[in-house]
Design a protein around this ligand. Sequence first.
Ligand code: GUN
Length: 289
Amino acid sequence: MQILDGRKIANDIKDEIAGVVSTLRSNNKKAPHLAAILVGDDGASETYINAKVKACERVGFRSTLIRLKEDVSEDKLIDHIRNINLDSDIDGLIVQLPLPGHIDEIKVKQAIIPSKDVDGFHPENVGKMALNLPTYLPATPAGILELLTRYNIDISGKHCVVIGRSHIVGSPISILLARNSSPGNATVTLTHSRTKNLKEITNKADILIVALGKSSFVTSDMVKKGVCIIDVGISRIKSSKTKSGWKLLGDVDFESVKEKASFITPVPGGVGPMTIAMLLKNTLISSLK
Ligand code: GUN
């Protein structure tokens, strides 16, 4: 079994991006600039946003973090987005999800100008992705493809099973895997909470992508020998054994499946760092346009 070391690959990508930024700077060009909006004080979102801001610093990007109160109105949030849309110094904008229940997520996604939508969540960009047109690919699915590519794992003609149909991961990764593109050309089964005989389906997977947000959901009896497993899940469990008081768990019971898998992503250190690296890559692309 080989570990797919997302932390290492993400660091390689960040080094590549830092090199481009350094060349831009020495040619008196401006550094790429990412703006992020965080609504409320959800602990997990706070951790992700801080990691994104830190990654910007690491590669020489500028970043602007706008923190809004949990009870901010939808209109006020959209005002902030419109201001950033018009700010020519800012190349990319993300609004950290999930948002509080009183805010309509789709309205927010549509308010971001597609040219700065480095999350790739605007319907125009989702449509382009589905049609195989150039656009920003959503960071987590793009990170999964990049990880597979850099480990030379060919997905063409393989049976990829995806668990979970979220707009952020499950749905876009299933589209990307099946596109007539490279990487792509996989045979894809997208499974979800209404899927019958899940175990029968997952046992046929050459590549299993798990993104449902239930810790240790996938066990050894659900996978065939030689499977490549991509674990996107990340649940924070209270723990007395760690300094932070939290432990991170994936959607896959790592200990149980590790003897059967040929490749597997660890949690933490697998898909998470790749998501951030691909967000930086999208922001760089936007700044070069
Ligand atoms: N919440 C979980 N993943 C993501 C992501 O990739 N982007 C944003 N904006 N919010 C998220």
